[in-house]
Design a protein around this ligand. Structure first.
Ligand code: PBG
Length: 336
């Protein structure tokens, strides 16, 4: 509907509806709610480990016992979903711990589902944290350019996803950007009897400098080369739609755009084109930049955080993955 010519009055008085908070609330188009929030968490081996991530204030690498405490706090605040990343005991050239029954993510999922049956546990499915070279897939022996072998990687990703489902994951989230991974994972899950396990595909994932702090948190920086042969060129919006179309055709139940704030145009197009449940991942640097400026007293960090997440909702996100999930949920409890 075209609202620009809605009246013949010489002056359209748009400020009438802005006079009081009650009026503003009545006509508000977009809202945040705790149900939309997903909290990413980093889990590692050991007991009583709560290792701060220096580039992400308020974020920790947690052992499973500490993870349970963290999730209890998040649930009290109203956060109902988490996204798990694992730090293995050992890395190798086959990413063995990614799909081991006693792997760190598998252990964490079992414990979380036992303690919090209602919690939505989503697992990141990728190999970079588990590979000695830090790439998201298999690299040919002796290759120092970081060229990842697509089809050899698919088998390991599928094994990883099945092992997460076996541990009790409610949803698996492949973040590797190999071609054909959603189909490979869907087929492997179905074959193993996990027909009901949904896939949230990191469908439009860009090769972004905004992942910097995460690579400290997950200890997953590539040892050589970069991720530009598999993650998307930040210049490309049309290609993002092709990436999403492919993942949808292969069986993705939820699609994701990542990073979020610098890619709101992509988010908007993905939501309007496909109409699927769409997630925005406000990645590590999006969080850290706000925290850093807030700590310097240059901005009101909580207010900026709120505004950024609201912008993602306005652009079309149904699901917000954010390291600030707990603070935002607390603020929502206060304003309720
Ligand atoms: C693993 C993965 C990354 C992120 C999520 N999954 C890092 C990367 O691709 O290098 C980034 C998340 C963040 O920055 O918060 N493939």
């Amino acid at each position: 509907m075209n609202t620009w010519f809605a009246g013949e009055f010489p002056v359209r008085r748009l400020r009438r509806l802005r006079q009081t908070e009650a009026l503003r609330r009545l006509v508000r188009e977009t809202r945040l709610s705790a149900e939309q929030l997903v909290l990413p968490l980093f889990v590692r081996h050991g007991r009583g480990v709560r290792q701060p991530v220096s580039s992400m204030p308020g974020v920790f690498q947690l052992s499973v016992d500490e993870l349970v405490k963290e999730v209890a706090t998040a649930q009290e605040a109203g956060v109902g979903a988490v996204l798990l990343f694992g730090l293995p005991a050992r890395k190798d050239a086959r990413a063995s711990e990614a799909y081991a029954a006693q792997g760190i993510v598998q252990k964490a999922v079992r414990e979380l589902k036992r303690t919090f049956p209602q919690l939505v546990v989503i697992t990141d499915v990728c190999l970079c944290e588990y590979m000695s070279h830090g790439h998201c897939g298999v690299v040919a022996q002796g290759d120092r350019t970081g060229r990842v072998l697509n089809d050899a990687t698919l088998k390991l990703l599928a094994k990883t996803a099945v092992s997460h489902a076996e541990a009790g994951a409610d949803m698996v989230a492949p973040s590797d950007m190999m071609d054909g991974r959603v189909r490979a994972i869907r087929e492997a899950l179905d074959e193993a009897g996990w027909v009901e396990t949904p896939i949230m595909a990191y469908a439009a994932k860009f090769a972004s400098a905004f992942y910097g702090p995460f690579r400290e948190a997950a200890e997953s920086a590539p040892g050589f080369g970069d991720r530009r042969s598999y993650q998307m060129d930040p210049a490309n919006g049309e290609e993002a739609l092709r990436e999403v179309a492919l993942d949808v055709a292969e069986g993705a139940d939820v699609v994701m755009v990542k990073p979020a704030l610098a890619y709101l145009d992509v988010l908007y197009r993905v939501k309007t084109t496909f109409g699927l449940p769409t997630a925005a991942y406000a990645v590590s640097a999006e969080y850290s930049m706000i925290q850093a400026a807030g700590a310097k007293g240059w901005i009101d960090a909580a207010a900026v955080q709120w505004e950024c997440l609201l912008a993602m909702r306005r652009a079309g996100a149904d699901i917000l993955i954010t390291y600030a999930a707990v603070e935002v949920a607390r603020r929502l409890q206060k304003t309720a």
